[in-house]
Design a protein. Structure first.
Length: 270
């Protein structure tokens, strides 16, 4: 652990440079550049709200989030899922994409997947500006009365939970992807399943008990649900928080262990 901390301090500047590089590469050759961080979630929110809100008659009535405009409900789930998806994909390809540097220069290899996740987290934090703007819009039009209480400050808890979860799964994926390239295709299918089990555009309260149990087994849903609760002025669901936190910490421990055991073999496969 002491060696890990010392290495982290030693290569902290490199980590910052890799994060900057990842952000620049994401919007390379784009006319709008970083503006897509704000435009993309806004456009996605509009599309999902039209399809699942207006056309299918969805709203938050008779749910735990009664009174919350459907676009805000959709946007909160979509933002967190987008970060999880992009962060894990970035970490999964980090070792292979930096293979040339790994072969030439010694750098702690965990820096590469970590920088990918961190750069996506920075982009995610910037995209939260859209959420704030949409909430202000609905408050200004009188469509939503935002509850201002201490619970809103607890929204940082599920965000930390989300980061640890993405880090753990990202470390596992980055290790497996070096040796098994098919992981990329399998993970894309898994992400689709995770999305549909995260209650991004539907309400779990309206489902049967068995279906609710299936959805709540998804740790990403637990994180999204608790983020929504705090943002909408409700207390954290401690059961969901405990489950998602334990899952995230265990996943991170497993990911770091697997990565540490296999990192010396990376150079033979990249």
């Amino acid at each position: 652990m002491i060696q890990f901390v010392n290495n982290f301090r030693k290569y902290f500047y490199l980590l910052g440079q890799l994060v900057k590089k990842n952000i620049k590469l994401r919007y390379r050759r784009s006319y709008l550049g970083m503006l897509w961080t704000l435009i993309e979630p806004l456009l996605t929110m509009i599309v999902l709200s039209v399809v699942f809100g207006s056309m299918l008659g969805r709203n938050s009535t008779d749910s735990a989030f009664d009174g919350v405009p459907f676009p805000i409900y959709v946007l909160t789930g979509r933002l967190l899922y987008s970060f999880f998806s992009s962060a894990t994909n970035s970490a999964m390809r980090a070792i292979r994409n930096n293979g040339a540097m790994i072969k030439k220069v010694y750098v702690p290899k965990y820096i590469y997947p970590f920088s990918g996740i961190l750069s996506n987290f920075v982009i995610f934090l910037i995209s939260l500006i859209v959420l704030v703007g949409v909430m202000i819009f609905f408050v200004a039009t009188g469509s939503y009365k935002a509850p201002l209480n201490g619970y809103m400050f607890l929204s940082i808890v599920p965000l930390i939970n989300l980061f640890v979860l993405a880090m753990g799964i990202g470390m596992i994926l980055s290790t497996l992807c070096v040796f098994f390239r098919d992981i990329e295709y399998l993970w894309s299918v898994m992400l689709m399943l995770i999305m549909y089990c995260s209650a991004i555009f539907y309400f779990v309260d309206r489902m049967s008990q068995n279906t609710q149990m299936l959805v709540k087994a998804n740790p990403l849903f637990c994180v999204i649900n608790n983020f929504r609760r705090t943002l909408f002025g409700q207390p954290l669901d401690m059961t969901l928080l405990a489950y998602s936190s334990i899952f995230a910490v265990v996943t991170l421990a497993v990911g770091m262990f697997v990565f540490y055991k296999k990192q010396d073999s990376f150079i033979l496969s990249i």
